[in-house]
Design a protein around this ligand. Sequence first.
Ligand code: SF4
Length: 367
Amino acid sequence: MTEDDMDKVEVLCFNKILSKWYIQNARDLLWRSTRDPYKIWLSEVILQQTRVVQGTPYYVKFTSNYPTVYDLAAAPLQEVLRLWQGLGYYSRARNLHASARMVVEEYGGEFPRTARELVKLKGLGAYTAAAIASFAFDEPVPAIDGNVYRVMARIFGIETDILSPAAKKEFFSLGQTLISQDDPATYNQAMIEFGALQCVPVAPNCEVCVFKARCFAYAHQAQDRLPVKAKKIKARSRYLNYFILYNGQRIALKERVGKGIWNGLYDFYEIETQEPHGQLEDFAESYGLNHLLRGGVVEPVDKAFVHLLTHQKLHVRFWKVDFGQQALPALPEAYGVFDLDRVGSLPKPILIDQVLRQEGFLEQDEE
Ligand code: SF4
């Protein structure tokens, strides 16, 4: 649908209803009161794939530790990853850090003012670029996240698969038609908020909705069917077995390198098996573990963990191996042996951190 299909009066009317709803219903979120592109960017990156209640403390932590883009750019990556710990999707933290450096080094510390330029920053997609450009600089460019796709698809009855390239164009074009030229920031915020609070994915309360009279999905009872989304690829199962090799107050850990999701984070000695094994004896020999574990007292951690990532389902088991007074076995170069005092401050996948606390290696309430 474009401006040809919708006349100006209709667009104005849509905007009026939307902004009135927004004034009455918007949540008082910390980052809404700022026009600082750096803080808006932080909030947007933190909130990708993260709920507001979970993301808010991270926003507070990041803005107080790094009040300006210069502070973030100057921070060591390891410290940034450590602060990010618990939010998952660590590539976001790495991109955040790389982009902060880009802003300082290539743009003299000033964020670009248009979505077209902003999208060149590392890890910034079309949505985030548009959000920053409109919220901070009033650029009339539609910011279309999952919430907005849903609202548009339902109200205007768009059946295009929202994961298809065609949808990107179609929804963007409709967004351009709808967006308020006078106040694009409020329009974008309102659309996102409307999707988050009113036109929710499951069982929206349409009876109280301000768009009820003009909503295609309501008229056709198509709320469950819209937006159309192609089936997700089934997550691949992986079986990880971790060995916590320790003696006294020292633990062997390795920093993960490469392109994986946990790049730059520390974890334990790891064996990945092709299938699940409940008992160590079932796979110790075939994976050459007997030599490594010789001299240690092996104790399984009772609880098995399932960790969901975007396309992977990790089934994770842990074994503690206590070497008492003896030295730890010789390990490949990537491993280091760390005092527990130091382990607390290393960046780790949240799962590793949880197990260290659960098993008493770290204090329960340590940050
Ligand atoms: S009527 Fe229902 S489906 Fe339509 S916009 Fe409102 S909440 Fe969404």
